[in-house]
Design a protein around this ligand. Sequence first.
Ligand code: XMP
Length: 328
Amino acid sequence: TWTMVNIVDEQVEKIRAQIGERGQAICALSGGVDSAVAAAIVQRAIGDRLTCVYVDHGLMRKGETEQIERDFVAATGAELVVVDAEKQFLDALAGVSDPEEKRKIIGREFIRTFEAAEADILGDSIAEEGEKVAFLVQGTLYPDVVESGGGAGTSNIKSHHNVGGLPDDLEFELVEPLRTLFKDEVRLVGEQLGLPGEIVWRHPFPGPGLGIRIIGEVTRERLDILREADAIAREELTRSGLDRDIWQMPVVLLADVRSVGVQGDGRTYGHPVVLRPVTSEDAMTADWARLPYELMERISTRITNEVREINRVTVDITSKPPGTIEWE
Ligand code: XMP
């Protein structure tokens, strides 16, 4: 629509003015719509003076890293650095089952990895007296601005930070092209910019990724099992046409639980997964989604047939409160 064209043009002008002729910008891509749209607008404004950084922590869902590496780059022409940090994250998570500890470890490793990438990319920038040369792009939305009283957003990257080890602890200035927009407007802008539908219409996905959807220790093998089950559930949900009717549907692997089952002539002793479909306006409260039985049946049949390690599919029918949307 015209409005979205106007928003893009207006932001492009503003960003050019803010970043100037010599400025360099960095954006952390999470796989989600906000960071992707923010990056795409800034790319349009300053081209390859923007570098996008995607930290592959190994906790993403099936196909998501490829969506960024291939489809996002194809759609925007953005300069992308992918940091393969799977081993680092999994090593740091080894032996850890406590949810808060997992979150802390993942957050810490993320900041560490992202700052190292920043230092690599911008380490040679030299600012003249009073000149700003380093910019950090964030996908802060209007509701984040309001919630935090006009300050910076609630992303997991610190809003103002100095990178240790750089000349004069190079200070970043924030670029927030989505500060005046609501989520549905961001999606329209994303479509306007030609981003892939899988990114533009993606359901919310937590920063710590599948790490907090495996109840128990996070291992590569467990992640692969959950990735398969989750991909089937998402595929069937999309095929049913109900994607946009629900808020999200986490799939949770109860990795420390086993139960007896039967398949063909044989006894099985596998793990359960939990489907957690919810409806919500803002994730503060949520209701469990009444999915059609036929859809639940297809998901259950396919997961138990196609993922050898899983022999039971269950559905979480708890509202929030008292349950949270995620299990950890
Ligand atoms: P809960 O589980 O608290 O989740 O009901 C509310 C919403 O927030 C998402 N979520 C996160 N998003 N980083 C994020 O970016 C996180 O650490 C995180 N934890 C939960 C969750 O998917 C739901 O949409």
